[in-house]
Design a protein around this ligand. Structure first.
Ligand SMILES: CC(C)(COP(=O)(O)OP(=O)(O)OC[C@H]1O[C@@H](n2cnc3c(N)ncnc32)[C@H](O)[C@@H]1OP(=O)(O)O)[C@@H](O)C(=O)NCCC(=O)NCCS
Length: 214
């Protein structure tokens, strides 16, 4: 499989390592608007994001992956590209444990040592970061980020664009609202409203808006 990576920040470095560890894919493009011209280096095409249209036309077998950690920016790029879902690939690191009874959408990545257990449903362009745990029957919508070592215990719902911070824990049956932020180390024991920021143990809504970034 040939892959073009979109985004050249910190998150894309880890994505690149996942692709290499999978061992069945070759990176043919690295695109980011920080490049204002196209050039080849070690047989990889570097260039601005718009070069993806030409790559898609010239190499119909290429899959794309938007490797941007910020959920909003990732969504904006996906919308800007306008590609159908089948243009994207799903990346699963060989050390991740993914149940055959789970489903993971295109454009999503499961990082090293992460776990996705039975009957969990993950949408598109989701990040399950290093050593995160998604327990059984959880539902994760598009553009969500579950940060390193965060734990979603069973039957948790994470709505579109929400970000669960590093090492946070969400107890069974809770729902994290759309585009909400759960701070690093929080323990969520109540539903978290959409667009709010919740922090602490137990997690309380600290800000009725999302202020922090990735
Ligand atoms: C929650 C978070 C987004 C808030 O960021 P912010 O808007 O810049 O907030 P500030 O640093 O200005 O802090 C605002 C208040 O929240 C508190 N706070 C912030 N993060 C907190 C956390 N994780 N746990 C407990 N309290 C926290 C601060 O102490 C401060 O309290 P105060 O108003 O009483 O002084 C951020 O601190 C955080 O936890 N991000 C997680 C990042 C992460 O895990 N990334 C993974 C990348 S792979």
């Amino acid at each position: 499989m040939k892959i073009a990576i979109i985004g050249q920040g910190g998150h894309s470095k880890v994505v690149r390592d996942v692709i290499k560890a999978m061992g069945n894919a070759e990176i043919v493009g690295c695109l980011d608007d920080k490049f204002n011209a196209e050039f080849f280096h070690e047989q990889i095409l570097y260039g601005p994001v718009d070069a993806s249209q030409r790559i898609a036309e010239e190499f119909p077998e290429v899959k794309f992956f938007v490797a941007v950690g910020n959920n909003k920016v990732r969504m904006q790029i996906v919308k800007r590209l306008g590609f159908p879902e089948e243009f994207y690939t799903t990346l699963i690191h060989p050390t991740a444990q993914v149940s055959e009874y789970s489903k993971i959408g295109p454009g999503s990545v499961v990082m090293p040592c992460a776990v996705v257990n039975s009957d969990s449903l993950l949408g598109t362009h989701v990040i399950i970061n290093t050593s995160a745990v998604v327990e059984h029957d959880s539902k994760i919508e598009d553009f969500v980020h579950i940060s390193p070592t965060a734990t979603l215990t069973g039957n948790v719902t994470v709505r579109e664009g929400a970000h669960v911070g590093a090492s946070a824990t969400v107890i069974p049956g809770m729902e994290i609202g759309k585009w909400a932020m759960v701070g690093a180390g929080a323990t969520v024991i109540h539903h978290i409203p959409a667009n709010s920021t919740a922090v602490g143990v137990p997690a309380i809504v600290k800000m009725k808006e999302v202020t922090g970034g990735v």
